[in-house]
Design a protein around this ligand. Sequence first.
Ligand code: 5GP
Length: 217
Amino acid sequence: MSAPTIPYSRRGFLLVLSSPSGAGKSTLTRNLLSDPDENERLKLSVSVTTRERRPSEIEGVHYHFIQKKSFEAMRSQGDLLEWAEVHGNFYGTPREAVEQALAEGYDMVFDIDWQGTRQLVEAMREDVVAVFVLPPAARDLKSRLDRRAEDSAETIAKRLTNAKSELEHWVEYDYVLVNDDLTRAYAGLKAILGAERLRRSRGYGLPAFIAGIQADL
Ligand code: 5GP
């Protein structure tokens, strides 16, 4: 079923997905961006990171991979909308791309952790829709990380230890999705997007649209 068209102007929003490593959030994000129903209205916020590139990752697509010095320069110049240290590396959201996409009427997807989500909520509460993705059980996190096989055993162990404290932040999110089945979780995500697009508060074109209907009655 295709998404409803909205016949008035509306403000874009920031769809934030967070989860412990291995809960399947990146797959959900990828599905959204390759969905023909969505990709004309959605953009991905590509973060900068000081982490090393994994073999499967592409510069400018998954991340902008930068040196710590460049990260610090961006941060001190106010070029980052939010930033955090996660698993010993630095990550941040370049401000300019987000402002441009929102001004052009796109919704924007963020794959960021709870620290970044908190900063976005503090800065732009009305524009943020925050979704926490959960694994169905602990063993699923572990098996997904092992299957990915791109990180060292040490890195995987660190991510699993961190998962425990990351899970405590679920209460800061608007929605919770349990990723027990990708098709089902994706349907849930689309339902969230669909409903959030229809929020009255984002429809700045609604008064004119409704006045137009009234005028023709
Ligand atoms: P990974 O190294 O697996 O790509 O990402 C590790 C964690 O960093 C994930 O939880 C991811 O959501 C988070 N992350 C990625 N980019 C950003 C960012 O720009 N800001 C924040 N706060 N977290 C990020």
